[in-house]
Design a protein around this ligand. Structure first.
Ligand code: AMP
Ligand code: FE
Ligand code: FE
Ligand code: ZN
Length: 280
């Protein structure tokens, strides 16, 4: 019995619909999946419905963009109450910032003589949480770049002319919001963010788990973070970070996390909710 706790659909920067993602999970014989679209939970209800139809356990989740001591860190929130008003309000703030960023990126491209309108990006994204991959797709579709890689390399990567920093909240705030919505917070792909030096501060801030297994983690990196999980008493998670076809091929199936870890995460979520209830 295996799980994959990290994936993105068309509700953020993935290319599969929630139904297609659930069907891919079934093909990979996964027993449990979590949808972690960037800064939104809008796709969760549809994916849950399809997972239920297919007999797959579904976990409501999201991936928030945060920072600690100037280091960018992505924080996954699992077992989120999808009706929590404060959590939803904050997601809307993130989404507005992402939409504003698309306008800024289009303006910067235009300043470079690249005639891309923000509206062309929104027409492709058709979601509340647009990001750079949508800008890249729009550039390719308009014939202004020959590939997504070219779009990133010439314009969208950090230090390139159309790069605009992403809106981030503090990791303290992100962890607090996730807990407030009854969820558990997890450091996403720590090997990718070079976030080792901030892990002790994240633990101090109440982080609950660490994504030890990720498509882009080497075996050595996974071992390293498993030891950190042990050292700091953190839950262990893992996920493919599948973005559909956005990263060339669907990554689902690259990570098979034993379901026992989902049960341990769920137990932590229950403890957080019981503690909140006891405090009221
Ligand atoms: P954003 O959240 O808007 O900053 O965009 C980040 C997303 O862009 C991540 O999902 C990356 O994997 C994706 N990305 C980065 N470089 C490329 C590339 N060359 N081709 C496609 N996607 C990319
Ligand atoms: Fe993404
Ligand atoms: Fe991430
Ligand atoms: Zn992700």
């Amino acid at each position: 019995m295996y799980a994959d706790l990290h994936m993105h659909t068309t509700f953020s920067d993935g290319t599969f619909s929630p139904e297609e993602m659930a069907q891919a999970a079934q093909r990979h014989q996964l027993a449990c999946v979590a949808l972690t679209d960037h800064d939104t939970i809008a796709g969760c209800a549809r994916m849950e419905a399809e997972c239920t139809r297919l007999g797959i356990e579904f976990v409501n989740a999201t991936e928030l963009t945060a920072e600690m001591d100037g280091v960018e860190v992505h924080i996954l929130g699992y077992f989120i109450d999808p009706a929590n008003p404060k959590f939803l309000e904050n997601l809307i703030k993130f989404q507005h910032a992402r939409q504003q960023r698309i306008h800024e990126m289009a303006a910067r491209l235009q300043a470079q003589g690249i005639p891309l309108q923000a509206e062309a990006v929104f027409a492709i994204a058709r979601c509340e949480s647009p990001g750079r991959p949508h800008v890249a797709r729009a550039l390719v579709q308009a014939g202004l770049c020959t590939s997504m890689d070219e779009a990133f390399d010439r314009f969208l990567k950090k230090h390139r002319p159309a790069w605009v920093p992403k809106f981030k909240i503090s990791a303290f705030e992100a962890i607090g919001l996730i807990h407030h919505a009854g969820g558990v917070s997890v450091i996403a792909h720590p090997a990718l963010n070079k976030s080792d030096e901030i892990i002790p501060s994240l633990v101090e801030a109440g982080i609950d788990g660490i994504e030890c297994f990720h498509t882009r983690h080497s075996t050595a990196a996974s071992q390293h973070y498993l030891m950190m999980a042990e050292q700091y008493g953190l839950a262990i998670t893992g996920g493919s970070d599948c973005h559909g076809m956005n990263k060339g091929r669907p990554l689902m199936g690259s990570i098979k996390l034993p379901v026992i870890h989902v049960r341990q995460l769920e137990a932590r979520a229950r403890a957080i909710r019981e503690k909140a209830l006891a405090a009221t």
